[in-house]
Design a protein around this ligand. Sequence first.
Ligand SMILES: Nc1ncnc2c1ncn2[C@@H]1O[C@H](COP(=O)(O)OP(=O)(O)OP(=O)(O)O)[C@@H](O)[C@H]1O
Length: 724
Amino acid sequence: MSEGNSPPQRPREWTLEPETEYRFELDPDTTLAIKLIKGRAEIFGAELIEGKIYLFTQECKAALYTWHGCTIEMSQPSTEYVSEETPMSAYGNVHIALEQMRVRALSKIRGSPLPPGQDNVDPKLTEPPRVLILGPENAGKTTVAKILANYTVRAGQGWSPLLANVDPSEGAWAVPGSLSVTAVKSSIPTFSPATPLGFSATSAPVVISSHAHKPLVYWYGHNDTKRNPLLMDRLIRNLGENVNDRFDMYPESKAAGVIVDTPASFASNSSPPEHRQKLIKACVDAFRINVILVVGHEKLNVEMQRAYGSYISVVKIPKSGGVVELDHSYRERVQKYQLHTYMYGFAAQPPAGVTAGTLGGEAPPDLVLSPSSTRIKFGELSIYRIGTETMAPSSALPVGAARVMSEMQPVPVNPGAPGSALINAVVAVLAPHSADENERYDEELLDLPVTSFVYMWSRRTSTMSSAFRRLVTAPSSRRAYSVFSSKSGGGRYFNSAKSKAPAVVAAKAKSDTASSSKDASSSTSTASPDGTSPNDPSASRTVADTPGVVEPPSSPRTAVASPGADQQLADSVDDLAAYAAPHPTPSSSDFKLHQFFSLHRPLLLLNNPPSMFTPGPSFQAILSGPKPAQAQEKVPISVFDDYPTEAHLDADAIAARQLGRALAMSRLGSATAWETTLKHLGLDPAKEPERVELQGQMDKDWEDVQILLDSTKRKRRKKMKKHK
Ligand SMILES: Nc1ncnc2c1ncn2[C@@H]1O[C@H](COP(=O)(O)OP(=O)(O)OP(=O)(O)O)[C@@H](O)[C@H]1O
């Protein structure tokens, strides 16, 4: 990936006319840098900041769109062109319609009157938008979902829409094979296909990202929805139940609505019609969908009109000509990037000659994870597989024959048994089950959300027995996955009868742990579901008491990738093994929490070199230790000119104030820009009473910012006097 040794590239400038799009594609091992010189531009709805350098990596394919025209400076991508034909006006109109639903829904929730002339609006348009996006392969569904979510947060109304991904091949905020949902609070950046919907927070001791999501994740374990449709159906309903729980808990958040991105198999003719109809129905029911957007598929649009048109708004929207046809090998590589990124974060180098840059607004060193390997005894784990590895469809069974094993049945896995196929498996660590014995039931594992993932690898795979002896839990980054539900253990979609007998494996694991606890010297906080140290008695109790601590994919080798993924996973093993031995132990300097207030925040606009090809702060400089005192003096530490360098002792407090100011300024700035865009589309936002009220609120915010700034300056002067 490093391009550091290549000769520096000459900067190039492009001037884009209003409502045009600059599209680019990257080859493997190349990085692109783009800087907005003048005007306004966005990438899939996320606004770029003028003067900031944005890096794109890992074969990213994307487009930079401008409503009003702009000038950009960039390095050389592999493929690039400008298009004047884009569906952005149509997407903008869809957003306006959804925005009106939100405003009406909020009025209704607050009990305030509807805007004049809207009393007779169709009642279904006064509900918060719950949008399902359908379309064939490579239609741009994920991109539409991202654009709509980004426009919603950019509207300046404080909306946090929920974004759900039910495409298990995509990975979204976790790894491929999972389904997830998260609340979007700030714009979702696009810089790598490994994080198509933004990145998730990590509990690793690095920085707190301002853009990181805390998703609720369920583990499906395949990338094809046809592998286990029953499980898909159940997980979709679990996600829906959590979304509804959250809306019930925070009624005002409900107004922002939910956007659901779906896999291509929901629209594909190659899927049996009953299979896709069942899963579409599951989404419609679970998320209480009231708007279906069909991206560029006439027949599907008609089909949806017939099935749901009587009570759901079905809208066909155009497909963008820029959407890239992704082939099978590209998708495999992306899944590999995702898996690797989940464990190790990003390690992107800027193109030759570019000395600074951000990945989606974050400083690249901040996105590097330093995972550590941990040994854990199998006796301390309960590992389950859902269904069996190879299962013929029910339709292939002889007439009258019933399946002995259900597709939904958690089957304990004995890691030592031949054919357990755990090597190369991606294994999900589940949240602890309900503490209340009375609430337990047979298939509880299927309803537990994921807390983290473990990649199983072996240092020596020559013989299976030695491999298993040396099997370690792979580098596992614990992500801060949230559980929306107020109920412990997350979703409780099926509350079937209480388990007749406690799980055998749980009892066994308990005794194993009891006998092995003395020699569990280097055991694990990684695989423990609550992340506590195993040396702590409560931790080992939690592991042992938890049937279903770990649930592997039904077919470990295909669990996270499509057929033919063996080679890919084998490559991943090599990659991971190369990184993994030995992992660095995090030192105190890795605890960079203070950087939350540091100079690397995208909103602060500090340290921007005049051109991205002129030297700015290098990554090396960011990574290396403190600079000599003389050099430090030259670095501006504040946006306030009159601020003395001696006062850096309370730099965090100042940075916090700066951050607050920058956030307020950004909010006001983006709201103003958005109003301009609305006017450009022929809509006058000033006429809506809700907006007038919000405008008043924004004016007040602005006054507060001014007051805050004045008082900050006064306090600073007072402090300086005292100091002197
Ligand atoms: N206007 C555009 N210009 C350039 N690239 C684009 C554009 N729109 C989308 N893309 C790229 O095309 C690829 C496919 O888009 P996307 O993932 O949104 O499609 P999808 O329908 O969700 O795919 P899938 O078949 O996986 O369901 C992505 O890499 C995306 O970044």
